[in-house]
Ligand binder design. Structure first.
Ligand SMILES: C[S@@+](CC[C@H](N)C(=O)[O-])C[C@H]1O[C@@H](n2cnc3c(N)ncnc32)[C@H](O)[C@@H]1O
Length: 183
């Protein structure tokens, strides 16, 4: 099994154990499962998971849970991937997310995140969110914010999501980060 950056965010994923955090309709986990990964997707949206479950490849399962409160699937995972969940976590709950999710990584495993980009589409600051109590559709992060928030991991690549890769969802208002856990 090997996960690494080759000419994109991820290279070979066959055989990897993957946790898809906030998997929604499972599109990312499905992509990984179809390339040989063993994927568990977790999401609050039980009804969405019920709809998608019968359509999933055999190597992907999904569980309805709150990543901030409920018992999580046991690690270690070679890859933990979060596309669009972390930016919905309120600022004061981010430490809870980090304390619960990052220990699930295998030594040398990868953590990938896609989140709203503060450089590309500015959103309310943490102070504004905390004083108003309104997450206003999600937080946005500078690439430097991602580097700081995930400073317990080794940054491998931090950049705006590309919008020129055919067959991928390359929205130009997103940032992507790939980090490695200590070996
Ligand atoms: C923007 S959607 C992204 C879905 C999917 N990852 C994708 O890229 O298409 C964010 C997802 O995170 C889920 N989510 C938000 N907070 C969560 C939490 N605390 N625990 C589990 N899932 C959560 C939502 O239910 C939603 O499906």
């Amino acid at each position: 099994m090997r996960i690494g950056t080759i000419d994109g965010l991820l290279g070979e994923v066959a055989g990897a154990r993957v946790l898809d955090v906030g998997c929604g309709n499972g599109r990312n986990g499905r992509w990984l499962a179809e390339r040989g990964a063993d994927v568990v997707g977790v999401d609050l949206a039980a009804a969405v998971l019920d709809d998608v479950r019968p359509t999933l490849p055999p190597s992907m399962s999904v569980r309805a849970l709150d990543v901030l409160r409920d018992p999580l699937p046991p690690g270690p995972f070679h890859l933990v991937y979060d596309s669009g969940c972390f930016h919905h976590v309120a600022p004061h709950r981010r430490p809870t997310y980090l304390e619960r999710v990052l220990p699930l990584l295998a030594a040398g495993g990868r953590y990938g995140i896609v989140a709203f980009s503060q450089e590309r589409q500015p959103a309310p600051s943490d102070t504004e969110i905390l004083t108003s109590g309104d997450t206003a559709g999600g937080s946005a992060f500078l690439l430097e914010d991602l580097r700081r928030i995930f400073s317990g991991l080794q940054p491998m690549e931090l950049r705006g999501v590309r919008d020129d890769v055919e067959g991928t969802f390359g929205a130009d208002f997103l940032n992507a980060g790939l980090f490695a856990a200590l070996p």
